[in-house]
Design a protein around this ligand. Sequence first.
Ligand SMILES: *Cc1c(COP(=O)(O)O)cnc(C)c1O
Length: 428
Amino acid sequence: MPEDHQPKFATVAVHGGAAPDPTTNARATPIYQTTSFTFDDAGHAADLFNLEQFGNIYTRIMNPTQNVLEERIATLEGGTAALATASGHAAQLLVMHALMSPGDEFIAAKQLYGGSLNQFGHSFKKFGWTARFADCNDPDSFKALINDKTKAIFIESIANPGGIVTDMESISKIAKEAGIPLIVDNTLATPYLCQPKQFGADVIVHSMTKFLGGHGNSLGGILVDCGTFDWMASDKFPTLSAPCPGYHGKVLGEMFGPMALAIACRVVGLRDLGPCISPFNAFLIATGMETLPLRMRQHTENALHVARFLKNHEKVAWVSYAGLSDSPYHERAKRYCFKGAGAVFTFGLKGGFDAGVKLVNSVELFSHLANVGDTRSLIIHPASTTHSQLTPDERTAAGAGDDVVRLSVGIEDAHDIILDLERSLDKI
Ligand SMILES: *Cc1c(COP(=O)(O)O)cnc(C)c1O
């Protein structure tokens, strides 16, 4: 290919970060199932440990199978560097660990994945980090919570589970004015449907457990540094702008510029907290990524069929899918994820809590479980499961009231998916 040609999305999804193995010529990326890597000599070892040179030391910090995945996703998201982790939650933890000190605050949308609400609202408190929650439909509610201690804003591009598309550009403007980074969880959209960097994200996180891996077989997370934030512009982020005690006083923000956050998350956060991804999981997820565009096309096409079917069903009170033209989020979906509004959405049953329980007990093709983004169609009743630890008010605020059912529409034949729902709704 000509040297100045930028390969397109589907090509990067297959080839990004990968090349035939230099020692064996293996075409598929090998699983480098090793804990450690030999040094050429003592000087080489010292350079690696002092960040004078990049290279493999120990699989907690980096591994060649993991690197393929990181380069592939960094390229697809338009970022400068990425760091793969054991899970989506691990990626969120490492980003916050780089940005926050005890006593600091960040602002998160209250419309988030239930697990993130728990992580932010409860476990992060033990580090002395306070999450304040705003309404992603009201950008000014973020602005109202900003103070001297605020270090970041965290939103989801398509919010789980409500089928909400967030107004990223308005919220990004508020973050920029405050001199703090915007972190976007792009799990439900994937870079195929939405590229948050174009709309002002500074950091992107994913649960690769979902659509990126795509087959419901491996946990994984990733953080992408968009390279857009100047960490040296203030003293708000000492992990990046102040001398680093773990590395003889080196200043990471100065040494690594637009990749500094991804590198800090690796050489400080991942090194010291330890939630690394196994080479085997990195291999499975990188393999899954090869078909991301094909799968996402089928997922979104099926989701639209299913949403239209439910919309017209007498036992269904409402459907919240931004792909439907009467959704309040349809205009935003056309702007932020014009190829489709994803495959995860909610609907309400006229029969409330009991009808939700009956439905999940009746389906046969759908799997009743707590995950999204599998090739298989998945169903859950959040009020009795994922969101059951929240108070009723928090549940309603998160779009997970008693009558709500969440679907993750798979890539089976749309007719079979609809038939399963039709037969199960009949039993209510
Ligand atoms: C699943 C999920 C997470 C957490 O990811 P894990 O891989 O389960 O740790 C975070 N955000 C969203 C939107 C998710 O769907």
